[in-house]
Write a protein that binds this ligand. Sequence first.
Ligand code: UDP
Length: 270
Amino acid sequence: MRDADGVATLAAAGPDPGGSRQTIDFLGIRVDVLDTDGLRERVLALARQQGPHRVMYVNADCMLIAGKNAAYREALNRADLVYADGIGVVLGARLWGHRLPGRSTGADFMPGFCRDFAGHGIRLFLLGARQGVAAAAARRLCEQAPGLQVVGTHHGYFRPEESGRIIGQINRARPHVLLVGMGAPCQELWIDGHSQELRVPVLWGVGGLFDFLSGRTRRGPQWLLDHGFEWLCRLLVEPRRLWRRYLIGNVRFVFHVLWRRYAAGDRDRE
Ligand code: UDP
C-alpha cells in the first residue's frame, strides 16, 4: 500500500511506538531501554507507519565521537530509536544506575529480523560499504531469509552531490527499511540531513554490517562475541584500521565515564 506521496506503508499500522519510548540519558544521549526482541518489535511497528523514522545505535566509540561532534549528538537525539550495540555502553550506563538489558549487534540479529521482514512483506534497500559488498550481503540475507525482498543496493563511497541521484534511486525502489552502512558519524549525519527527501518509513544506520554479512570481514569465535569481546575480535581482524579506536578509545571511554560520574557525584554532594 502507498500513500499519496508515494511513501511505502504496510496495511496494519500499529500503535505509535514513538509515544511509548522508555529511555535513559547516558552522557547526554537518549538511549532506549530495550532488548533485541523489543528492538525487532519497534522496527516492525515503525516500518508499518509513514516515516521517516530514524533508527541508530551507540557504542563506546560513538559516545566519544558524540562528545565532540554536536551535529552527530543532535542527530542521535533526534532519532526515534537509539539502541546499545556495544558492551561498553551497557556497562558504562550501569555506573549511572541505569540498567540496559544488553547489547544488540546487527550481525547477530539481522538474519532473524530479515525472516520477520520477509513474513511481513517488508522491503529492504542496502546503502553502504565498498562496491559489491552490499549486493553480496543482500544475496546472503536472501539465502538466510527466503522470500525477503531486497529492492536495491548501492555502495557507500559517493560524493555529497551524488546524494540526490541515489535518493531518487531509493525512492523509486520503494523500500520500507533503508539500511545505511557507512560508519559513524557519517551514516547518522547522512540520514539526518536527508530524512525529509527519503520516502522510506525506517532509515537505519548499521555501521560495518554489510562487511560481516557478506563474509568480507570475519567476526571471531562466538564465545568471545557472547562475552563482550567483539571489540577484541575486530581489533585482531583489522588492527591497522582499528587500533586507535579500540586500544586508545576504550581507555578514553572508561576514563570519560568515570570522570563524568565523579563530577556528577561531586555536584550532587554540593
Ligand atoms: N563506509 C562507506 N562509506 C564511507 C566510509 C565508510 O560506505 O565513506 C563503510 C565501510 O566500507 C564499512 C562501514 O562504512 O563498511 C564502516 O564500518 P565500521 O565498522 O567502521 O562502522 P562503525 O563501527 O563506525 O559503525
